[in-house]
Design a binder for this molecule. Structure first.
Ligand SMILES: C[S@@+](CC[C@H](N)C(=O)[O-])C[C@H]1O[C@@H](n2cnc3c(N)ncnc32)[C@H](O)[C@@H]1O
Length: 201
């Protein structure tokens, strides 16, 4: 299994190593994403593709959540994040599922906030997944797609690919009725994060 395949669905002993790598390699992006989120007290939040669960832990420290939910298609990552979050969830309910972004096993209009960090670019059917997210968001609910972008060649992806992925998400969200705004955070001359924010009317 290649490194790219492990990053897209960590599994087995190498998946454990990948989980460790994801946590350290994506820490800056996870922090920038959580800084951009401000859920109301008691909010129901869903992260898709949470990996080791670092962002969910940071968000639950930042705000007193009512429901911490997640969907990730890696059984290993669901077990890893559950071990991490169970002792740290406080009074919030915890509901982490093995699931695909394009087939979310949650009721309609269940969430105030849905977000994904460094995962959206891996979803095989982005239109279906965004339609699914629109369905589980409450009216007025918020979606945030956090997409990494390398500004120099020679990294995991061609330079600018993340920005192009972010820009391509905008018309899909608009066609689903979202109000959309995209901003960028520059971490270094070589790496940026694009935050595509959508609000369901
Ligand atoms: C590159 S890792 C990022 C993990 C974490 N968000 C971070 O920033 O460190 C991508 C995660 O998304 C999950 N993933 C990828 N495609 C998915 C899909 N279609 N549905 C659900 N989860 C998916 C993978 O299993 C993995 O845990």
């Amino acid at each position: 299994m290649s490194v790219r395949q492990q990053a897209a669905e960590p599994r087995g002993p190498m998946g454990v190593v990948m989980g460790w790598f994801l946590e350290r390699g994506n820490a800056m992006q996870n922090r920038a994403t959580i800084e951009a989120l401000d859920p109301a007290p008691g909010a129901a939040v869903l992260e898709i593709g949470f990996g080791p669960g670092h962002a969910l832990e940071m968000l639950s420290r930042k705000a007193p959540l009512g429901l911490i939910a997640g969907a990730d298609h890696s059984e290993l990552m669901v077990e890893t994040a559950r071990r991490r979050l169970e002792p740290r969830r406080g009074p919030a309910a915890l509901d982490l599922r093995v699931a695909e972004a394009q087939a979310l096993p949650f009721p309609d209009e269940a969430f105030d906030l849905v977000y994904a960090v460094n995962s959206y670019h891996q979803w095989p059917d982005k239109e279906a997944a965004l339609a699914e997210i629109a369905g589980v968001l409450k009216p007025g609910g918020e979606l945030l797609l956090s997409i990494r972008d390398f500004r120099a060649e020679g990294q995991f992806e061609p330079a600018g690919e993340g920005e192009a992925t972010a820009r391509a998400a905008e018309p899909i969200l608009e066609s689903l009725g979202f109000e959309v705004e995209t901003t960028g955070v520059l971490h270094s001359p070589k790496r940026a994060t694009y935050l595509v924010r959508g609000r369901r009317p």
